[in-house]
Design a protein. Structure first.
Lengths: 295, 319, 258
């Protein structure tokens, strides 16, 4: 072995150790820097498409990847600022107007309240309408539009209308028409919300969307259970002239077969005035619950 | 303490060969030689014999598979020793964006000369190799012969004790070759040691104190040129021409070699006078009678011929 | 003058006599002129656009030069056999490598400095004064130079044992990997596989981390870059360069010349 090699190997090992400590230090410094305003130098989607020289599909993939990473990094750092999400999605869908998952991602995460999303359902509506314009016979976009109006905007008129329009497209599933009718009639209900969120969950492979949908489903179930328990609590009051202190009181009184737990497995909590809350230790409480309201 | 200028001990170089690089080709096989200080030593051999390999090993451009070598008593891995060594590579190529002057100046910097010293040396050695006029021409415009001269200049401008030249005459016209020969003789007069490789045998005969013959990576013989050839006279050569109209005596006709109007005959010494009688009888005009001596070339071809029948460069079974 | 410096200056001279250098300077100057025009279309953010565009141009130009000249640094000398005469002089192989590296880095530094002057000129033209915050521009340029040094080192390393085409691919590959190593690590952390998480984490620390040097945002908004970061990045670059040069020396010193 040449002397240069004999010197190089241990020296390089020692240097990598040094590099490791330096990198940790650098990470610490950059993390503490004031949050930098990120830039998307190219905001004009049309200009980007012209510049892509025919490689739209590839660029669309790149921008989609960047969008997903952007969202992921924000969630990782608990950063509620989703400023660039809308422009990124605009760029992605301009480059590939048929990229269904991008529209769906926008539907959910542009609308969701921070820190889960940008809290801008209006942008989601815009995005989805563009999707409809580019894919007029695709019922899925109408379903997404309907969903944004229903869940986030609580605009039941527009929601029903969207579902109706969507139900007229080829290959539209039957429930679209049913949805249009039931929202028209009742506005928001647990059943409808539960169904729609399940539909979202089943319609996509994207991990983030599914995770989010599952959370909503659990919250809905908890809410519904809580309502139900309030009713049972009233029965308890009628019999014992006070509200139950613990859920198991209901079991002892024979009103319930077992201690009621939320989807995460935590028992519900009764307040002295008869309302039911989720257990404070339950992971479901961390989500802001927005129960549907009557029309 | 060694007094040899250059010495090698069992210097060997194998190359990986074959598609899977499993076979080994032995380019140099256990070379052991010593070159005395002040001597002019020539490496002779056909192409691929290992001459260039040996020189590159000495300069540390390639590494030996086994064996050792020393120049001026210092190991070949001692780069500082290059201060006292000059090297002319085979088919030299230099940075073509530099002029001859700039190249020599660049190389001269590695020896620690002051700017004034460099200027003086560069000028002197450019003159010595006949390139004063072309000093400021970019090397990319140089002919092969000019590059050879620059190569020679850069090899010796630092007054090295040992000068190693790989095919120094290659690419030169007869005038250029004479100049290089003179340079070599001049260097020798200055007491330097010169090691060079060549396949031009007459140069070796003329310049070398000793020659080493390499064939197929093996040293076939070392010695003064005269020692290597047999001293025995090999016969007589008769040069003559025939007057117009006269035919050669039939006995000699077959053996005579004709060049233009001249005819040449080789005969053993014993038959000389009989031959001359025959020629005189045929009215031939005798031009000269000379002794024929074996040359280095004969020795060489005999060696190479033997090697060729024995097989090419030695193949070492892969490990 | 040290032997390293002798080789370095000659390498610099070669780059200067190589006309490719001049073309790239024109290219960069052209880009910056374009920036001046763009500034007239969007009012209020001229400074931002010029700085972003200018720094990006300097960075890209430097990158292209570092890669394309770097990958031939050693290969060309071995292939053309100019190395024979040089290495027969009293100069060590690692001194030759260090000299080639320093020479190309010097070329890049000069080129970058000239382009920075052009950028400052364009900035002056548009904003008519220089804010003290513009000093951050110089820090951003310094960071670009640090990056270029690393890329040059990588190109040099590959040049010691592979052809220019392959070396270009390898160098660019590692550059891109190093640029996205932070993202890679993030996705490894949010994934489900522990093995993947460990692997991306290891890669993050082993690959040269090019995202450390990204100061273009801060410079664009006139935000100060802390001195501690300048210090840390410099130390990081020097250490990584040492790794590269040691490796190159080990590889090159073990090679037989053609």
């Amino acid at each position: 072995m040449r002397p240069e090699v004999r010197v190089a190997v241990p020296a390089i090992a020692a240097l990598f150790l040094l590099l490791f400590t330096l990198q940790v230090r650098i990470d610490a410094i950059t993390r503490n820097l004031p949050l930098q305003k990120e830039e998307l130098l190219l905001r004009s989607a049309r200009m980007l498409k012209k510049m892509s020289l025919g490689y739209d599909a590839l660029l669309a993939d790149l921008y989609w990847t960047r969008t997903v990473q952007y969202y992921g990094l924000k969630r990782l750092n608990d950063d509620p600022n989703f400023e660039l999400l809308s422009p990124l999605l605009d760029l992605t869908t301009e480059l590939d107007p048929q990229l269904v998952v991008a529209y769906k991602f926008g539907t959910v995460f542009l609308s969701e309240h921070p820190p889960a999303g940008a809290g801008r359902p209006d942008l989601a509506v815009q995005l989805t309408r563009r999707g409809i314009a580019a894919n007029p016979e695709e019922w899925r976009f109408w379903a997404d539009l309907g969903f944004v109006y229903y869940w986030y905007e609580k605009d039941y008129a527009n929601a029903a209308d969207a579902y109706l329009q969507g139900s007229r497209q080829p290959l539209a599933p039957i429930w679209m028409k049913a949805m249009a009718a039931s929202i028209s009639a009742q506005g928001g209900s647990y059943r409808t919300s539960y169904f729609l969120w399940s539909e979202i969950y089943q319609s996509t492979q994207d991990a983030e969307i599914r995770k989010n949908a599952l959370k909503h489903l659990q919250t809905l179930r908890a809410e519904e259970d809580a309502q139900h328990l309030v009713e049972i609590g009233k029965q308890f009051f009628a019999r014992f002239h006070r509200y139950p202190a613990f859920s198991r009181d209901l079991v002892s009184a024979g009103l319930l077969p077992a201690v009621p737990v939320d989807p995460a497995g935590y028992p519900y909590v009764f307040t002295p005035d008869g309302s039911v809350r989720l257990n404070p230790s339950s992971p479901i409480t961390s989500e802001k619950i927005s129960p549907p309201s009557k029309p | 303490m060694s007094t040899w200028a250059i010495e090698t001990e069992g210097l060997t170089k194998d190359y990986a060969a074959g598609f899977w690089r499993k076979k080994r080709r032995r380019a140099l096989d256990a070379l052991t030689i010593q070159v005395q200080s002040g001597e002019v030593f020539g490496f002779l051999g056909p192409n691929g014999a290992g001459k260039t390999t040996t020189l590159k090993l000495l300069l540390g451009l390639i590494y030996p598979t086994s064996g050792a070598a020393r120049i001026l008593g210092r190991s070949i891995s001692d780069v500082a020793m290059h201060r006292s060594v000059g090297y002319l590579p085979e088919q030299p190529y230099f940075y073509d964006y530099l002029t001859a002057r700039e190249l020599l100046d660049y190389f001269a910097r590695f020896f620690g000369y002051t700017a004034a010293e460099r200027r003086e040396r560069v000028g002197r050695f450019l003159g010595m190799v006949g390139l004063e006029a072309a000093g400021d021409v970019q090397l990319r415009k140089f002919s092969k012969g000019m590059l050879q001269r620059v190569g020679m200049a850069q090899a010796i401008l630092h007054d090295p004790e040992v000068v190693i030249l790989d095919e120094p005459m290659s690419g030169l016209d007869p005038l250029g070759r004479r100049e290089v020969r003179d340079i070599i003789l001049d260097l020798k007069r200055q007491g330097r040691t010169i090691l060079f490789s060549t396949h031009i045998l007459s140069d070796a005969e003329m310049l070398c104190d000793r020659v080493g013959v390499l064939v197929g990576g093996k040293l076939q013989g070392v010695g003064a040129p005269e020692e290597l050839v047999s001293i025995a006279v090999q016969g007589m050569e008769v040069l003559f021409d025939m007057p117009a109209g006269r035919a050669l005596p039939p006995a000699l006709g077959a053996a005579a070699v004709q060049t233009g109007s001249r005819l040449r005959l080789h005969v053993p010494e014993a038959e000389l006078y009989a031959t001359l009688e025959l020629l005189r009888g045929s009215q031939a005009r005798i031009i000269s009678v000379t002794q024929v001596k074996a040359t280095l070339e004969d020795f060489f071809f005999r060696l190479v011929g033997n090697q060729k029948t024995a097989g090419h460069a030695v193949e070492v079974p892969g490990k | 003058m040290t032997r390293v410096a002798i080789v370095a200056l000659n390498t610099f001279r070669e780059a200067v006599r190589d006309r490719v250098l001049y073309n790239l300077i024109f290219f960069a100057l052209l880009m910056i002129s374009a920036a001046v025009l763009v500034g007239e279309i969007s009012i209020g953010i001229e400074r931002l656009v010029i700085v972003n565009l200018g720094l990006t141009a300097i960075s890209v130009t430097g990158l292209v030069m570092a890669v394309f000249i770097g990958v031939s640094l050693v290969y060309k000398e071995m292939d053309k056999r100019t190395l024979y005469a040089l290495l027969s002089k009293p100069v060590r192989r690692w001194e030759f490598l260090a000299g080639k590296f320093a020479g190309l880095l010097l070329t890049l530094a000069v080129n970058t400095a000239l382009m920075t002057l052009g950028l400052i000129a364009a900035l002056l033209y548009v904003t008519h004064t220089l804010a003290p915050a513009d000093a951050n521009l110089l820090v951003a340029v310094y960071f670009i130079l640090l990056q270029l040094a690393l890329v040059t080192g990588l190109a040099l390393l590959f040049s010691c044992f592979s052809t220019p085409m392959l070396s270009t691919l390898f160098t660019l590959g590692i550059y891109l990997a190093g640029l996205f190593s932070a993202d890679l690590r993030a996705s490894g952390m949010s994934g489900n596989s522990r093995a993947l998480e460990l692997m991306t984490r290891a890669l993050y620390y082993v690959l040269p981390n090019f995202s450390n040097y990204n100061a273009i945002h801060a410079a664009g908004h006139g935000r100060a870059i802390p001195f501690t970061l300048v210090w840390a990045n410099t130390a990081y670059t020097v250490s990584y360069l040492l790794v590269i040069l040691l490796a190159a020396s080990a590889v090159f010193s073990s090679r037989d010349l053609k």
